[in-house]
Design a protein. Structure first.
Length: 351
């Protein structure tokens, strides 16, 4: 437990200017943020201060060599006003896994957890209670040390910002299976939440959008014959009554929502398989009527149903099911997240 968090409160909250009934995703920001600097070989005392721009030297290495990582989390408030997080230590551990890969100092667990909880206590009124809404939490770290030499920086900053947010996607999405570009390669940083991973996705995604799709289904970098992720989410494919997802690797993010879905599905009698999924298998299943569902899974959207996909100039529509797995699993997870159901796994952490 850290007790030396310096707190500087905002003079006047901007919360009265926010329409909590019409929240966009991730573009309205709460009053405060947590910051903590790494310099002279150690992490300094964390601070909670008003949300504001961060000043950096033009030679800061974040601008030149891309040492930047982040996480995505959510805070919820139940009908009694209790605040809660969902598997937050998983986010802390994954951030440090990303930090190791990009040669960024790992953040101590007490700074991450105690700092986050204190930030939520101060900005508790920013946690929305409308169905489908939550307080999105963005922890991130980046290089602040200066120099044009291509080497790791000697100084870094850890920040947690929050944003009251509505749904990430509205309704179902249409995706394009990628045949040329790759999200990640063997031996690369695909398993890390590095900012550069997402920057590299924007161009192929934009090409897909221009063709009338919402997102890209990423395939393996070598043959483009195996499905790996759905945009910035893990992907699940239901063939007949079996739910299939790709195994994690150094190309695929170890999604917290993904792990939760596998556990909950298994405990609710849904057969699951973690294995490679070929594009050919998915196309053949779509043609013969065995492909029942596809959906993306991640923190922001939780579960995002896929209405159809494109491949080699052909479009395939998925059937409209009366009781889809996506709907059932999303309810089971969000009920745990929002304290509407028992939590047999110990995933829910009260603030």
């Amino acid at each position: 437990m850290i007790s030396n968090i310096e707190i500087q409160r905002i003079e006047k909250s901007k919360i009265d200017s926010v329409d909590f009934n019409n929240l966009p995703f991730g573009s309205v920001y709460s009053d405060h943020m947590l910051t903590c600097d790494f310099k002279e070989g150690k992490w300094q005392s964390p601070k909670i201060e008003p949300f504001a721009p961060i000043a950096l030297d033009p030679s800061a290495k974040i601008f030149h060599y891309g040492q930047s990582i982040f996480e995505g989390m959510k805070a919820y408030k139940d009908t009694k006003g209790n605040m809660m997080l969902f598997r937050p230590l998983e986010n802390c551990n994954r951030l440090n896994k990303s930090a190791e890969r990009l040669v960024i100092p790992q953040i101590p667990e007490d700074i991450f957890m105690d700092g986050l909880k204190k930030l939520l206590e101060i900005d508790s009124s920013w946690i929305p209670t409308n169905d489908g809404s939550s307080l999105y939490i963005r922890p991130f770290m980046f290089a602040t040390g200066n120099g044009f030499h291509a080497s790791p920086a000697d100084a870094y900053k850890f920040v947690i910002c929050t944003a009251p947010s509505g749904a990430y996607f509205a309704g179902k999405i249409k995706v394009l299976i990628e045949e040329k570009y790759a999200r990640a390669a063997n031996g690369g940083v695909g398993y890390a939440k590095a900012g550069g991973n997402y920057a590299a996705q924007f161009y192929p995604t934009q090409l897909a959008i221009e063709k009338g799709y919402n997102q890209v289904i990423w395939t393996d970098d070598n043959t483009h014959q195996f499905i790996e992720e759905a945009g910035a989410m893990n992907i699940f494919v239901r063939i007949n009554d079996t739910l299939i997802t790709s195994p994690t690797s150094d190309r695929i993010l170890d999604g917290i929502t993904r792990k939760s879905i596998l556990q909950i599905a298994a405990d609710n009698g849904i057969k699951t398989e973690v294995r490679k999924i070929s594009v050919g298998e998915v196309v053949e299943a779509a043609k013969n009527g065995n492909l029942k569902e596809m959906f993306g899974a991640g923190t922001a959207a939780v579960i995002s149903p896929i209405a159809g996909f494109g491949y080699q100039e052909n479009d395939f529509d998925l059937p409209e099911l009366e009781n889809p797995y996506a709907q059932k699993l999303k309810k089971l997870i969000t009920d745990i997240q929002t304290n509407k159901a028992e939590d047999p796994y110990g995933w829910r952490v009260m603030v």
